[in-house]
Unconditional design. Structure first.
Length: 100
């Protein structure tokens, strides 16, 4: 499993790569690069999407929010009990919190 001493396996986003197209983040390019498609970018500068906001009636994506508007690092959303607020907990070693 990922996080163990034998974690250098493809399912962990490690190991031998293959040509991938990086569409966003600091390594974005129109040219294919050697890499892997996995959750290995979560919490890195390449995590430019953050959390999706979805209209629960129409089930349409209405936006996405990151921990900081100008950077990656992604986030984990946590809703207040009344649903009025969403707290975004940054995947940047606890340096940022955002309330939307």
């Amino acid at each position: 499993t990922c996080g163990s001493e034998d974690a250098d396996q493809l399912s962990c986003g490690r190991g031998d790569g293959s040509p991938v197209l990086v569409e966003n983040g600091p390594s974005a390019s129109a040219e294919e690069q050697l890499g892997v498609c996995s959750s290995g970018c979560e919490g890195s500068k390449a995590d430019t999407i953050g959390a999706y906001e979805v209209d629960t009636v129409s089930l349409q994506v209405v936006g996405n929010h990151n921990i900081e508007d100008t950077s990656g690092f992604g986030c984990d959303p946590v809703a207040s009990p009344d649903g009025k607020y969403i707290v975004l907990l940054g995947n940047n070693a606890g340096k940022s919190v955002r309330i939307i």
